[in-house]
Structures are given as structure tokens and as C-alpha cells.
Design a protein around this ligand. Structure first.
Ligand SMILES: CC(=O)N[C@H]1[C@@H](OP(=O)(O)OP(=O)(O)OC[C@H]2O[C@@H](n3ccc(=O)[nH]c3=O)[C@H](O)[C@@H]2O)O[C@H](CO)[C@@H](O)[C@@H]1O
Length: 364
């Protein structure tokens, strides 16, 4: 890589777009200590807190997505778009990036669009098996598109696609935590099976409702529950903390501990969650969110489920939860099979691979 390089990274809205961005930055920083980084996010969104926590500077644009329904909020959208394009241009002029990386989410649209119009090389990292509108629009002019699933040539020019996988945080790839350490961290019983519930970075209402409905039954099965409720729902569910063997958590900062402590995992099917679960290699029941664009979580989950590497439980079929969970809980052969199969899908070198592609653009 050149001695002094400026790298602009934009992505956010949810953890699923932020953590890949941070992972890519960390890898590039490791390779070139002199590289300068600047992030661009959307004002008031999670990245404005998480990116500085990871040690990077971030600027916020006034931008939101278009609502799918006709709402008053949409009336402000053209103004937000103009304002954010204008501010993205100012940021690019001042920072003079050698490359601009987009990991999806509202802010990456105007940022990469402006970079493209200024002739700065751009790279998009698409985490999902079905791309969001921002990346689809950017895809036509972007130099490189790093993807995690097969079949993305339906949406992007084939010659620009590189299959790298999704960046996964280093602490999850090199899990050095022992199971006992993880159990002690959550203060859980070492002799009981542990079910980890993950609602994605923001928490999932439908999953919380499902667990609430079945929590006493789970306790009766001698299953202890690590329940990530999400920040929005924590106040509503923290009362279940009083049950023996139930830990309700607003947000899990030590996912390495959570994955290590778990015997079975129930999870949304966001892209990073899936990539992490492939590396972790535990039996998983996916409950994809039906409220995301083009139902892409179901498509993400199916890419795993079709290889007999996880179980799919549709949100519309949650009435069947007890029988699905019970048969997995009592079938250690099935658990073993799912664990082995999901591990085969892991792409643990994704971040390095993406960083190589970024370097190619910088040096081109
Ligand atoms: C509702 C919504 O729009 N979801 C989207 C969002 O999901 P979301 O932001 O939930 O994304 P992912 O499932 O991809 O990633 C969640 C990330 O948060 C981390 N984590 C989660 C919970 C926690 O307590 N602690 C923690 O650190 C996970 O380890 C993972 O790294 O972006 C994904 C990636 O584009 C999409 O596939 C999802 O459809």
C-alpha cells in the first residue's frame, strides 16, 4: 500500500453495516499504520456512537431511508438527499480519499455517489444474499463489489464481483475464551444446557414475545436462557431476570463469551449474524425478520438451511416453536450434524480478502 493513504468508509444504520466497516478499517490500519481513516454515517444512528468507540472519527449526514409507505416523513427525503450529497461532497473535497468503501445503509449512498462523480475508486461490501436499494444503485458505477453469497450477478455486473464473505470480528474468529470463563462471565450454571437468543443488533419484538410466552416452559426443561432483548425492549423484559437461569441482556458486548457459552442458538438472520454463526459452529434455529427489504433475511437463512446446516422457523409459524425446539434439544445427533454443516460454510478470511481488494484499488 502507498505510504500515506486516506480511506473514507461509509455504512451504518444497524450493527450489520457498522461492524463490517470497522473490521475492514482495523485490517487496513494493521497493514498501514500511517493510513488516515474517516467514517461517514447518518446523524442520530447507531454508528455515531459505535464508530468513535472503536477509535475512529465519524461525520454525520442528515439522511434517512425512504419509507415504503406513503408518509409525511418522505416529504423531507429530497431535502435530506440534497443536503447529504452536498455535505458528502464537502467531506470528500477536504479529506481527499484515495478510496471510498461502502458497507450499506443510508449514508453510504450519497457518500459513494459523490466519490464516483469525482472519479475516486469505490468498493461496496454487500453482506446479504439480496442487496439493499443503496448498493443496487451504487453497483453500476462501483469498481469492486465484495459479496458473501453466490448468485449476486443477478444484481451487479459480474466482472466487478469478488466473493470474499462478510467481515467477522477478530475476537470471534480466534475465540480464546474457555467455556468455563464464558459461563462465569454470565454467571450461569455449568451443568445445564444454555440457549442463546439473538434478535440482531437492535433486538426483535417477535422473538421477545415468543420467548416471553415460553420462558417458563424453557425453565422447566432445565434450559437456561441468555436472552438478548435489544435496547428498545429491555425495560419490558428485564423482569424475567428474576427467574432461575434466565439472563436478560440489553446488548451483548462480549459476543465471544455468548457464543462460547451457548449450546443452541435462536437468531434473526441478519448477514453478520449468519457469518458469525458459521464460524461459531453451533446448532441454530433461524427466525428471519419478515420486515426487511425483499425479505432478504429469509433468503440469507435459506442459503444455510438448504445445506442442512440450520433450522428455519418462519415468524408466521411460531406456534410450532415448542415442537421444533424440543426435538432439537433432545437430538444430540442432529445438533452435531448442524454444527458440522454450518462450520463448512464459514469464510474466516473475509476481512483480509476485502482489504486486498481495497489495496488493489488504492494502488491502481
Ligand atoms: C432489522 C434490519 O434491518 N436488519 C438488518 C441489519 O441487521 P443487524 O444489524 O441485526 O445485523 P446482523 O445480523 O448482520 O449483525 C448484527 C451484529 O450485531 C452484533 N451484536 C448483536 C447483538 C448484541 O447484543 N451484540 C452484538 O454485538 C452481532 O454479533 C453482529 O455482528 O443488517 C443486516 C446486514 O445488512 C441485515 O441482514 C439485516 O436484515
Amino acid at each position: 500500500m502507498k505510504q500515506s493513504v486516506n480511506i473514507l468508509i461509509s455504512g451504518g444504520g444497524t450493527g450489520g453495516h457498522i461492524y463490517p466497516a470497522i473490521a475492514i478499517a482495523n485490517e487496513l490500519k494493521k497493514r498501514n499504520v500511517n493510513a488516515k481513516f474517516l467514517f461517514v454515517g447518518a446523524k442520530d444512528r447507531m454508528e455515531m456512537e459505535k464508530v468513535p468507540q472503536a477509535g475512529y472519527e465519524i461525520k454525520g449526514l442528515w439522511i434517512t431511508g425512504l419509507q415504503r409507505k406513503l408518509t409525511l416523513k418522505n416529504m423531507a427525503f429530497p431535502f435530506k438527499l440534497i443536503s447529504s450529497l452536498w455535505n458528502a461532497r464537502k467531506i470528500i473535497r477536504k479529506f481527499k480519499p484515495d478510496v471510498v468503501i461502502g458497507t450499506g445503509g443510508f449514508a453510504s449512498g450519497p457518500t459513494l455517489k459523490m466519490a464516483q462523480s469525482k472519479g475516486v475508486p469505490t468498493l461496496v461490501q454487500e453482506q446479504n444474499s439480496y442487496p439493499g436499494i443503496t448498493n443496487k444503485l451504487l453497483g453500476k458505477k462501483v469498481n469492486t463489489i465484495c459479496v458473501a453469497y453466490d448468485g449476486l450477478e443477478r444484481f451487479f455486473p459480474k466482472d466487478k464481483i469478488v466473493k470474499t464473505g462478510n467481515p467477522v470480528r477478530q475476537d470471534l474468529i480466534e475465540v480464546s475464551t474457555s467455556r468455563v470463563e464464558a459461563q462465569e462471565y454470565f454467571k450461569i450454571n455449568k451443568n445445564q444446557k444454555t440457549l442463546l437468543i439473538l434478535g440482531g443488533s437492535l433486538g426483535a419484538r417477535a422473538i421477545n414475545q415468543l420467548i416471553e410466552k415460553n420462558i417458563e416452559w424453557l425453565v422447566k426443561q432445565h434450559v437456561q436462557v441468555l436472552w438478548q432483548s435489544g435496547k428498545l425492549y429491555y425495560q419490558e423484559y428485564k423482569k424475567y431476570q428474576s427467574l432461575e437461569g434466565v439472563e436478560v441482556l440489553e446488548f451483548i458486548n462480549r459476543m465471544d463469551y455468548a457464543y462460547t457459552a451457548a449450546d443452541i442458538i435462536i437468531s434473526r438472520a441478519g448477514a453478520s449474524s449468519i457469518s458469525e454463526l458459521c464460524i461459531v459452529g453451533k446448532p441454530v434455529i433461524f427466525i428471519p425478520s419478515p420486515n426487511v427489504s425483499e425479505d432478504h433475511q429469509t433468503k440469507n437463512a435459506l442459503a444455510v438451511v438448504e445445506r442442512n446446516a440450520a433450522i428455519l422457523l418462519k415468524q408466521s409459524e411460531l406456534d410450532g416453536f415448542v415442537s421444533v425446539f424440543e426435538s432439537l434439544l433432545h437430538d444430540s445427533h442432529k445438533q452435531q450434524e448442524l454444527s458440522e454443516n454450518i462450520k463448512k460454510l464459514a469464510l474466516p478470511k473475509a476481512t483480509e480478502h476485502i482489504a486486498n481488494e481495497v489495496e488493489k484499488l488504492i494502488n491502481s
